[in-house]
Ligand binder design. Structure first.
Ligand code: HEC
Ligand code: HEC
Length: 356
């Protein structure tokens, strides 16, 4: 896996050294982008059916920030996925789509999606290029038709040329819109937080952050010596998510059935995608419906408000649901640790901002 990466980066380098590429020639191919995953994150391959290219990412960036993708040209993807909020919706509990329509779910952060195998809170999209087309036709979000969006893009003064640069031939298709958006979103890699620098030995945690990390990784049932909160079972390792679908016990009566809506299996009722906790300080309000405004509310929930009789409550909640009984200090420590996951290099990266 790693070798493939180095090779990929090397190819990128060779291309970068080539003189001006004449992109009007018939043998033109887009420029491979050698993107590397930071050393504190697991090394994985990007989707092989959509190799990242400089031109593909540039096109994806335009599409992501262009309100032309919505029926009344008022909303872009970036309207509900703002970089300063870790690509969530500007501190809103649930998103407002075009014509002021209210959605029912909290906008999800877009970062490190190379580890995800399905998308949305209920996992209804299997690939990111598929996912990317769904908000466009979602009646509560951008409420357009893809055929109409294609017509608008074809009529633009620059998109036809941008599509040719990205894919080698002219032609604007649904597929290509999805692929370009996927490419751009895959570049949203967050791996330069204080926690990452701590992992690499170039930063130190404060005493409080260190205690918080021990609580986070403390295993209740397997005899942790200090206070333990079992968080790592689901938000583990340096991704801070296992990318599975689970019920963490928010409700005894479910108003949103989560994964069940997609699978139809009884045992999936109440399960939602385990979110990564990276940049969690910036992405509130929290949970699929944005019910908690602050991290203190979240910790209070795990400490003493887990619904024991929530359908399909995950077995990893067995220790937590009995009550964590954390002191105020321990709660603050846990939050101090969560704040070490904030990556300001990531949220301020100029390459992610609107190109318009
Ligand atoms: C009106 C606000 C809104 C707009 C516009 C919007 N999104 Fe979203 N996005 C959301 C919400 C809300 C969710 C969670 C929805 C759900 O789970 O049902 C979400 C989920 C996602 C996810 C899933 C992340 C994950 O971890 O599974 C991705 C990726 C995403 N959006 C990308 C996009 C792209 C690309 C566009 C533009 C084509 C876009 N969004 C437009 C609000 C929006
Ligand atoms: C059984 C697996 C599991 C365990 C254990 C667990 N979580 Fe979660 N966590 C989830 C799931 C699933 C969600 C999303 C739930 C939803 O919105 O319906 C979530 C959501 C969150 C969120 C909100 C994220 C967001 O983007 O809205 C935070 C913060 C969080 N958990 C922190 C913790 C902490 C701290 C602990 C330890 C005390 C912990 N979790 C233990 C599964 C778990």
């Amino acid at each position: 896996m790693k070798r493939a990466f180095i090779l990929f980066a090397f190819i990128g380098l060779v291309w970068a050294c080539q003189p001006e590429i004449d992109n009007t020639r018939s043998d033109y191919v887009p420029t491979p982008l050698g993107l590397t995953i930071p050393p504190s994150l697991p090394q994985v391959a990007f989707p092989s059916d959509n190799p990242l290219t400089v031109e593909g990412v540039a096109l994806g960036r335009k599409l992501f920030w262009d309100p032309i993708l919505s029926a009344d040209s008022t909303q872009s993807c970036g309207s509900c996925h703002a970089p300063q909020f870790a690509f969530t919706d500007n501190g809103l509990a649930t998103s407002t789509g075009i014509r002021g329509q209210n959605g029912t779910r909290n906008s999800m952060p877009i970062m490190n999606l190379m580890y995800s195998t399905s998308f949305f809170w209920d996992g209804r999209a299997q690939t990111l290029h598929h996912q990317a087309l769904m908000p466009i036709e979602d009646p509560l979000e951008m409420d357009d038709q893809l055929s109409n969006v294609i017509q608008k893009l074809e009529g633009s003064s620059f998109y036809p040329e941008e599509f040719r640069k990205a894919f080698g031939t002219t032609g604007i298709t649904e597929d290509r819109i999805g692929l370009a958006l996927e490419q751009f979103m895959l570049t949203f890699i967050s791996g330069d937080s204080k926690f990452d620098r701590f992992m690499l030995g170039t930063a130190q945690l404060t005493a409080s952050e260190q205690r918080g990390m021990e609580i986070f990784n403390g295993d209740i049932e397997n005899g942790s010596s200090g206070p333990a909160a079992d968080c790592f079972h689901c938000h583990g390792q340096s991704v801070f998510s296992n990318n599975k679908f689970m019920n963490n016990g928010l409700d005894s009566a479910l108003s949103d059935l989560g994964l069940f809506l997609v699978s139809g299996n009884e045992e999936d009722k109440g399960k939602f995608k385990v979110p990564s906790l990276r940049n969690i300080e910036l992405s509130g309000p929290y949970m699929h419906d944005g019910r908690f405004n602050t991290l203190f509310e979240v910790i209070d929930f795990y400490d003493s408000e887990v619904e024991n009789n929530s359908p399909n409550l995950d077995p990893n909640m067995h220790g937590i649901r009995l009550g964590l009984n954390l002191s105020q200090q321990q709660k603050s420590d846990l939050i101090a640790f969560l704040r070490t996951l904030t990556d300001t290099t990531f949220v301020n990266n100029p390459d992610f901002q609107s190109p318009f």
